[in-house]
Design a protein around this ligand. Structure first.
Ligand SMILES: [Cu+2]
Length: 106
């Protein structure tokens, strides 16, 4: 029993030290524009959408495999997503059709 605990201890330590997977990216919304308008991420990265504008936005995507909807974000609001499937993701604002950006998930 004791030897089993001793054998497992290094595994537990390694799991605890495992870094959080994925990188964080920030996309801002200001003046009816996303910045950046092209973003490359890897599966599992976190993308944080910040509304730096003086009006409400609603970020969403209808792209297959990576659909999401952050719902209405008031000025100053933040919301994040994690995209799990490789592909090109068309990101829009449901309120302002001219707002567009593309996220490429590798
Ligand atoms: Cu908008």
């Amino acid at each position: 029993m004791r030897s089993a605990v001793l054998l497992l201890a290094p595994v537990v330590v390694m799991l605890a030290l495992e870094p959080a997977c994925g990188e964080d990216f920030t996309v801002t919304q200001k003046g009816h524009q996303f910045t950046p308008q092209d973003l490359k991420v890897k599966k599992g990265d976190k993308i944080i959408f910040v509304n730096d504008d003086d009006r409400t936005h609603n970020v969403f995507s209808a792209s297959d495999g990576n659909r999401f909807d952050l719902k209405a974000q008031r000025p100053g609001a933040k919301g994040d997503i994690v995209l799990e499937n490789a592909g090109v993701v068309d990101v829009r604002c449901a309120i302002h059709p001219m707002m567009k950006m593309t996220i490429t998930v590798e």
